[in-house]
Design a protein around this ligand. Sequence first.
Ligand code: NAP
Ligand code: GDD
Length: 348
Amino acid sequence: MKKSLITGVTGQDGYYLSKYLLSKGHKVYGVKRRNSLINATARIDSLLQNKFFIILQGDMSDPFFLNDVICKYKVDYIFNLAAMSHVKTSFDIPEYTTDVNALGTLRILEAIRINNLKKTRFYQASSSEIFGNSSKKFQNEKTEIAPASPYAASKAYAYWITKIYRESYGIFASNGILFNHESPYRGETFVTRKIVRAAVQIIQNKQKNLILGNLDAKRDWGHADDYCRAMHKIINYKTPDDFVISSGNTMSVRQFTKIVFQKLGIELLFKFKGYKEIGYINKVKKELNHLSKNQIVIKVNKKYFRPTDVNYLKGDFTKANKLLKWKPTISLNKLIDEMIDSELNHYE
Ligand code: NAP
Ligand code: GDD
């Protein structure tokens, strides 16, 4: 039986990856940090009955804990998914972000090295954010690394240290450079989930409007389920390497918002620019009689802007497709439908 250790097991990807590895017959050790609320395991509650799913309490900021578990369980695979993963928040808590995301990665690699674990393979959750504001039409494994936030800088460090440990010590250590991936399990403060959640509340007359930040930012959005399958392929590839995982498409936050509202029966139009921009109803289906033409449902507020933002991301996953035979299987359209359905069911 293969043994895997997942840090960040309570997160969006932690859920999809645990489910996938358990379905493949792995024994999964998941690291969960201490929380004051019992519902911190909400995403993975459905998996907790599985006797091969074992939760360990620990924290990325504690090198003794990391060394101890890595030495004790001598797993075949370590997936390092734990992170302070919110880009805007990283401007407020830059040192903590660096400690968890950058030094946390180093602590794991050091534990593998010190314990001389030749058979342990390591996967690092790298991010398209490391490319910053690239001038390239598509970003791939050869694109310059130019982080534009404390989060991205911490992930750039983790990316490089993973490569360095691979090249210096022969550790099987790979980076999955993943572009944005979403699902019904996405955290509520990331833009896709925030939009879907608010749109559903607006049609249910529980919320008046949705306040957003930079509507011009473009992202390459895929489904977390597809991307967690790619993690498994990356760590099982014959040699350690770095791979871009993306959908190959891009869309602005404004366009994404329009699609979500359209699917719920509201045609939106936008006017004005910058902080003054608004989105208002052009057409609405008659069942939604609490809403009317020209009603403003989208507003923009400065507080959701970052000091610097990444304006455009579009990934080229040719290498993953060629070497790993990986490609996305769930379209953005299906992803949005799934997110909407889940939100509707949740509120019902
Ligand atoms: P997420 O939902 O925010 O999950 C992050 C996980 O890390 C949670 O389990 C969180 O625990 C845990 N964590 C945070 N600080 C920790 C600490 N000090 N010690 C131990 N655990 C800690 O993120 P995700 O979307 O699943 O992403 C997974 C990884 O991929 C992250 O490293 C992220 O930066 C990276 N990534 C994500 C995307 C994306 O689009 N989703 C794209 C590229 C890269 P709590 O549940 O207690 O908060
Ligand atoms: N969160 C948020 N909230 N973002 C907003 C809002 C808002 O109200 N309004 C506009 N945006 C814009 C952001 O400025 C950004 O340009 C874009 O929407 C996407 O924001 P997020 O959903 O927060 O994701 P992200 O791209 O910053 O980061 C995510 O993807 C990275 C991979 O590229 C995270 O999952 C990172 O952990 C991940 O590495």
